[in-house]
Design a protein around this ligand. Sequence first.
Ligand SMILES: [Zn+2]
Length: 493
Amino acid sequence: MHLYESNPIKIYNSLTGEKEVFKPINAGHVGMYVCGPTVYSKVHLGNVRTFMSFDMVFRYLKHLGYKVRYVRNITDAGHLENDADAGEDKITKKARLEQIEPMEVVQRYTVDFHNILNIFNFLPPSIEPTATGHIIEQIELISAIIENGFAYEVNGSVYFDVHKFNDTHTYGKLSKRKLEDLIHNTRVLDGQSDKRNPQDFALWKKAEPQHIMRWPSPWSDGFPGWHLECTAMSTKYLGEQFDIHGGGMDLKFPHHECEIAQNEAAKGKSPVNYWMHANMLELNGQRMSKSTGNTVNPDELLSGNNPFFSKAFAPGVIRFFTAQSSYRSVLDLTDDGVLASEKGFYRLMDGMGLLNSTKVSRTSTLDVAAWRLKCYAAMNDDFNTPILISHLFEAVKYLNQIKENKASITAKDLEVLKTTMHAFVYDVLGLENSAETNSGNDKLAGAVELLIKLRQEARANKDFALSDQIRDELAEVGIQLKDSKDGTTFSLS
Ligand SMILES: [Zn+2]
């Protein structure tokens, strides 16, 4: 018996605008695709919030016993500077500005992305495919769309024919936009464009002579359009139809709309059963923007090196802060907000500490079984982490009452409480106990103190070669010893 059998989840489906009971295509298995980052700059905190929301979804599905194949791509080519089809590839632009190879840009920011996600205790996805690794699949997809009559070639570039597609399908069903409205709201083509209609989007672009990232294709040496890679990679790893597709709200249109159109045009099938969109992250009530200076990087939040924040915050605090809002709400990042979350986070962690020292009695004054069901009910209701956290605090309050002899718990109930708290706090929310991390530092301190003692003994024996060796080799791994008349201390560089 798996937990998922007794825990039907409801997911808010952006496609229908309703919460629906989640039924995976293959019982016990979930295929989930989330649009990953374009690796041309440091990861944006808004993206971290989106990926963190889906990390918690992934963790909960796994906790329920589903076998989840979670695919999150790396966009390392083909992202054009302007919304649709004109302009410069962001990666190429960055490479030109820094005078390095585009793949150096990709490598640098992919490593940065993984580092940041590790700091925030993300689980790695099952597959992390790259756009450049799937050019052949993208070319095959374009050929299929052309063959089915929904794309046309002009001067070596290929465009998706939105108008023709809309004659037999519905373009705009995810973002609830109508093609007529889109036509009214877009400027007419200026005669420079190869497109038949301004709403059409590029599937393949012929590369200008100076364009560095380019691949051969039946149409030209060029590069794929922005929306294509996700269709190619989700189909390859999850099939023509799969369960969940996630991403930030800002990707709903045009990116996800175009993904649906491409799939329907190529395979005749609507690719995704449940579309999930994480809402935006704001800073002090306003949209984050580098151009206005209203912005904070993940590492600035962790180091406290940002004028909007009064101090540095532990990664677990930021994770907890994120989980205190539903993924579907706009999250407003403020110093006061994170300070309040910090208090809450450590109160919760103190509660986790109490689980090991709580005395048991013959009766329980809280219905622990009912409490446990409430925790699951919160997550089953469209992954409602803020409600879950309120239940976790109910347990913390209970543990404190037991400590003050104002409440009691049986051994059996304490075991249930402990297992449930561990599952939700550590496994599902992915919060790390900072006390445990500190104990890692304690072990390091213990080891260095031992070496300091051995060095003192070496000096007492006039073995200065050994004493210097200990000092120098510690320095090489970033541990500095400092001698004074009060003894030797150390610092980490
Ligand atoms: Zn995508």
